[in-house]
Design a protein around this ligand. Structure first.
Ligand SMILES: CCCCCCC/C=C/C(=O)SCCNC(=O)CCNC(=O)[C@H](O)C(C)(C)COP(=O)(O)OP(=O)(O)OC[C@H]1O[C@@H](n2cnc3c(N)ncnc32)[C@H](O)[C@@H]1OP(=O)(O)O
Length: 712
């Protein structure tokens, strides 16, 4: 797991060998320590180069070992190995190709010199795993870069490109050629030179003025951005230790903080998200097709139909992935405006051509329809595309809730029709729901999943149902939020509870941002409001269930959210972002309650969280039961990467497991008893069966789901 060879007569080259990312598993740690000792004791060896085998230097500690204390504790500890590297009396050079991340960069920091390939990147991303750089990184990096730059890297976890790393002083030299060869030549030139100053553990941290004030401010800043995550705050504390304590004392502090984080539920949740993101690529379909048995036809040209906000973002995402894109908009004035907007986003043309004619889509391998949410309009477009497009071209819709099967049946190629549900802004948001109907072919799904990866998306294969997975689960969440307003809560109270939980934005601020009119249009299509509803129908009941018309009433008042400057909050002007409480809304809610004989009661944050989140989770279990999502991990990936669910809470299904399924069930039963007219609060049978079978861990839920009719 660590190759050892002598080159040029005096240089020991130690190569970490653990594909695909050369993670520091127990076997690698063992091999590394043995190699370092061999180099130390061999009188012929006068310098050492450490590199990664077959490309990448090192992706850090082996994350798979983190969940298992016995794995973590077997083999030598990273801190011990890095101490031996730093203490070596012969110059040690890190030869960094690909990436040096986490423990990989910490290893490089223990070396006396760092050589990088010009395309390499380095970083300490432990914070996104709910951890801190716990193998000396929090102590050595500030000593090398100074507190400011080190704190920024450690708290954000960002990857730093080689050029920037050179400027920061993190890398000593760059090469465009063979990194190991260059490092070997350099190591030889350093043989016999003094090393004391090269050992970062020996150096003091560069001084910083007003150190206490600096760290107080850093802590406030980190707390503001952390949304309840503990790791960023621990990172600040550890760097403060580097700035104020001798090295060994700082290392003790790092260890204490790391031990607390490592065993926390937050680290467990963040780790789960890491594997969930990657697991989504291993998709399955009901026909038995799988990611590893299905060949995807390559897609190199695409057409986007409709250049509103979504269409523009999709065009940019496809062009950035290297596709040649034709962007089609039949409204001439919108076409000009879209062309300017897309060029701005792409900073130039970027392989995009424009047309007002649907015929321009004829040669595309993939067409993405992104016109507004109107079934009749979409049906007409799919009919035309079916005859215009070349045989074999995939026809996708970006609908967020409409029926894919209905669109497929308008074409002569239903097996090539699918949903590509992008999230706004489409060129920024990581999530892509790849929606297949019963007739969508496995090759179509494979091609879409592969394209998603090229666009840098977390693509999740889901089945077809109203709202697919994400929006289907959002509906009960929103509904409970409206009900809470009726019962006495304010938008501020509901939003504060959800933001404290870790969402970047509460539900009402989110509605204002996305526009209240979107849901209004969908409810009109569904016949829940608008002209189809007769005057004799009770206002707060639809189809025998409780219904809140609050959102409809807001829209009737012209309050669409940020775009109109008024929604659940007040904004300085249309399009402004800063939400302020609106006295009008308070009177509006009071009048509404009075009109409907509703008595406002005191609602606390716990009830807000339980009502909103348990209703959403309950729908997640229904999604699993119906087979619309293949696994709870897929649902969690959708929520973390598309809906702002905090990573340190793992996703809704992981959260349910962490809270305890029995407790979630009990909560739902309690609230359903209090609100029997709200079926979303009625615990679903899968949740009951899981609790009855002893609440198995999340990776075993599929065994209980089995036997159910599944679309996936
Ligand atoms: C008290 C105890 C003290 C312990 C001290 C420990 C101190 C050190 C801590 C750490 O180092 S934590 C780890 C820090 N490193 C990272 O966070 C990097 C994570 N990896 C990535 O960001 C990416 O994988 C990559 C390295 C940039 C490569 O990206 P790429 O897109 O090329 O490949 P992926 O699909 O992401 O990954 C391929 C494959 O490899 C698995 N994997 C990646 N990194 C690790 C890792 N560090 N450990 C174990 N496995 C890793 C990944 O899951 C993929 O596998 P599959 O899912 O396909 O099976």
């Amino acid at each position: 797991m660590a190759q050892y060879r002598i080159v040029s007569g005096s240089v020991a080259v130690i190569s970490i060998q653990n594909p695909p990312v050369n993670a520091l598993s127990a076997a690698v740690r063992e091999g590394l320590l043995l190699s370092v000792r061999a180099a130390a004791s061999d009188p012929l060896v006068r310098s050492v180069v450490i590199s990664g085998h077959n490309g990448p230097f090192c992706g850090g500690a082996d994350i798979k070992e983190f969940g298992n204390v016995s794995h973590l504790e077997s083999g030598p500890h990273l801190v011990e190995i890095f101490e031996s590297v730093e203490a070596l009396a012969k110059p040690v050079v890190a030869a960094i190709e690909g990436f040096a991340l986490g423990g990989g960069l910490e290893l490089a920091l223990a070396c006396h010199y760092r050589f990088g390939h010009s395309e390499a990147r380095v970083g300490l991303p432990e914070v996104s795993l709910g951890l801190l750089p716990g193998a000396g990184g929090s102590q050595r990096l500030p000593r090398l870069l100074g507190v400011r730059a080190a704190l920024d890297m450690i708290v954000t976890g960002r990857h730093v490109a080689a050029g920037e790393a050179l400027k920061l002083g993190l890398l000593d030299r760059l090469t465009d050629g063979n990194t190991v060869d260059a490092a070997v030549r350099f190591a030889q030139s350093a043989e016999g030179k003094p090393l004391d100053d090269r050992r970062l553990g020996n150096r003091p941290c560069p001084p910083l003025e007003n150190i206490d004030a600096f760290f107080e401010e850093a802590l406030i800043h980190a707390r503001g951005r952390a949304r309840g995550a503990a790791a960023p705050l621990a990172c600040v504390q550890a760097v403060r230790g580097a700035a104020t304590l001798p090295f060994l004392k700082g290392m003790e502090l790092e260890k204490r903080l790391m031990e607390t984080l490592m065993t926390s539920g937050q680290a467990q949740a963040s780790r789960y998200c890491f594997f969930t993101e990657r697991g989504a690529a291993r998709w399955t379909t009901p026909t038995g097709a799988r990611w590893d048995t299905c060949r995807a036809r390559p897609i190199s040209t695409a057409a986007v139909i409709g250049l509103g906000t979504m269409g523009r973002g999709i065009t940019v995402a496809l062009a950035r992935a290297g596709l040649s894109v034709v962007a089609v908009e039949t409204q001439e004035h919108q076409l000009d405006e879209a062309q300017r907007a897309v060029s701005r986003m792409l900073k130039g043309g970027g392989g995009v051509s424009y047309s007002a004619d649907l015929q321009a889509a004829a040669g595309a391998d993939l067409v993405v329809e992104a016109v507004f949410e109107d079934m009749a309009v979409k049906e007409e477009i799919f009919k035309q595309l079916s005859s215009v497009c070349k045989p074999g071209a995939l026809l996708a819709t970006n609908t967020s809730s409409l029926d894919i099967d209905r669109l497929a049946s308008c074409t002569l190629r239903p097996e090539q029709v699918l949903g590509l549900h992008f999230f706004a802004p489409a060129h920024v948001m990581r999530l892509l729901e790849v929606v297949s109907g019963p007739r969508t072919s496995p090759q179509t799904v494979a091609a879409a999943m592969q394209l998603g990866r090229r666009m840098g998306k977390v693509s999740v294969a889901v089945g077809n149902c109203p709202g697919f997975v994400g929006n289907r689960m959002l509906k009960p969440y929103l509904e409970q939020a409206y009900f809470l307003l009726e019962e006495g809560a304010s938008p501020e109270l509901v939003d504060a509870a959800l933001e404290e939980f870790g969402f970047p934005m509460g539900v009402f601020k989110m509605s204002d941002l996305s526009g209240l009119d979107i849901g209004w249009r969908v409810r009109k299509e569904e016949g829940l409001t608008g002209p189809g509803v007769t005057a004799d129908q009770p206002m707060r009941t639809r189809r025998g269930r409780r219904y809140s018309p609050l959102g409809d009433l807001m829209c009737e008042e012209g309050r669409y959210g940020q775009k109109t400057g008024r929604g659940w909050y007040l904004y300085d002007r249309p399009g402004a972002r800063v939400a302020r409480s609106d006295p009008w809304l308070r009177s509006f809610l009071e009048e509404y309650r009075e009109r409907h004989g509703l008595l406002a009661r005191r609602i606390d944050q716990q009830e807000v969280l339980e009502r909103c989140l348990y209703a959403l989770i309950n729908e997640g279990f229904r999604v699993l039961e119906d087979g619309v999502a293949a696994s709870p991990q897929n649902i969690d990936a959708i929520y973390v990467f598309g809906y702002g669910w905090p990573k340190h809470r793992g996703g809704p299904m992981f959260y349910a497991a962490q809270v305890g399924l029995a407790r979630v069930l009990e909560g739902l039963e309690k609230y359903h008893k209090a609100h029997p007219d709200s079926p979303h609060l009625q615990p679903c049978s899968l949740l009951r069966r899981l609790v009855a079978s002893g609440s198995p861990p999340i990776h075993k839920w599929s065994e209980v789901v089995k036997g159910h009719r599944s679309q996936l």
